[in-house]
Design a protein around this ligand. Structure first.
Ligand code: SAM
Ligand code: SF4
Length: 331
């Protein structure tokens, strides 16, 4: 890479390269996970304020030029956004964008898995907090266990890979199921990621937080796991079986954060670019996109936004700070 090319790449005030974008295509969801979206929540964005696929494509083309090469589509539940495979195909065609992935609750995945794969989607993350039907109903507020499992298996059959299972571990809710979940993931070739509940919105704050460090030590010994580096690992730290066939990730923003390696920003459905999940700094790109800004103006605004990226979240010091819920930031 030449000096000119590398100075064009995005880096923040702390020298962190920004090469990953999480793109929320909707803030709506068919589930109401207890730690995420409040029951009866109705503070959704008006559809008129959602970025269109054309607007998303224009903006991400500029990110691609600035060295962002991975995009993860999220939400809310992204599969609620109509014609999502078309967006995947459009993003995959952009220069610089090497990978488009998806985070989903999988309730609709059986209908879309093949189209998503054909459109160029690679890896998927599926939220699954329990293997017990009643528990899933209690956590998500819906009787959706069968649909999630059927979506997950459709994803596997379609060849979406790797598949990571995201489990938010909560004390007294599902912490007795970690070993069952590990066995399930080993059987199916999924990567399990255990996540600490974050104090995002009142729902996140009222989740039964569990420190995952002791869990990590126990599982490392029980399964004879060793430290591993997984491509696209982000803030997760991984352990791996010695034959490499099973990986276990830990996302521990409270007990051990990894803000110093943060490489990402988040684009909300309304065009707000959030600099950190645990802070409020953001820049609104919608007015600019709707007033026909030129590419160099968009590029300048992206650089201004990246300057705002804070050093770290303050989930421990200021747990009451973030009032927006996870689904509206693009978790
Ligand atoms: N609906 C999709 C899903 O559930 O995968 C994508 C959006 S969801 C907001 C993305 C991830 O955020 C999920 O894995 C979910 O478990 C996680 N999440 C939501 N609220 C959280 C919280 N308060 N603490 C930790 N993780 C949370
Ligand atoms: Fe919906 Fe995902 Fe939030 Fe659950 S975690 S309520 S599936 S957006």
């Amino acid at each position: 890479m030449t000096t000119d090319q590398s100075s064009a790449l995005l880096a923040d005030r702390f020298g962190r390269r920004i090469d990953y974008l999480r793109l929320s295509v909707t803030d709506r969801c068919d589930l109401r996970c207890s730690y995420c979206m409040p029951k009866g929540f109705c503070g959704f964005e008006e559809p008129a304020r959602w970025l269109s696929f054309d607007e998303i494509e224009r903006l991400i083309a500029v990110f691609g030029k600035l060295g962002v090469h991975r995009v993860r589509i999220t939400g809310g539940e992204p599969l609620l956004r109509r014609d999502l495979p078309q967006l995947v195909a459009r993003l995959r065609r952009l220069r610089g964008i090497e990978e488009v992935s998806l985070s989903t609750n999988a309730t609709q995945l059986d209908r879309h898995a093949n189209d998503l794969k054909a459109a160029g989607l690679t890896r998927i993350n599926v939220s699954l907090d329990s293997l017990q039907r009643e528990r899933i109903e209690r956590i998500t507020g819906r009787d959706c266990y069968d649909r999630i499992i059927s979506g997950l298996m459709a994803g596997k059959r379609a060849g979406l890979a790797p598949i990571k299972i995201n489990m938010v571990v909560m004390r007294g809710v599902n912490d007795d199921e970690i070993d069952d979940m590990a066995a399930f993931c080993m059987d199916h070739g999924f990567i399990l990621r255990l996540i600490e509940a974050m104090p995002i919105g009142d729902t996140g704050r009222s989740a039964q937080y569990l420190d995952l460090q002791p869990v990590r030590e126990r599982l490392q010994q029980r399964f004879g796991l060793v430290e591993a580096l997984i491509p696209g690992g982000g803030p997760a730290r991984y352990l791996c079986s010695s034959d490499g066939r099973f990986s276990l990730g830990f996302i521990t923003p409270l007990s051990q954060h990894f803000c110093e390696t943060c490489n990402r920003v988040r684009l909300g459905v309304d065009g707000s670019l959030y600099m950190c999940l645990g802070q409020d700094e953001k820049l609104d790109f919608r007015p600019m996109l709707r007033s026909g800004a030129a590419e160099d103006q968009i590029e300048a605004a992206i650089r201004t936004a990246i300057e705002l990226k804070p050093q770290r979240h303050e989930f421990r010091e200021l747990p009451g700070k973030i009032i927006r819920v996870m689904s509206s930031t693009g978790g």
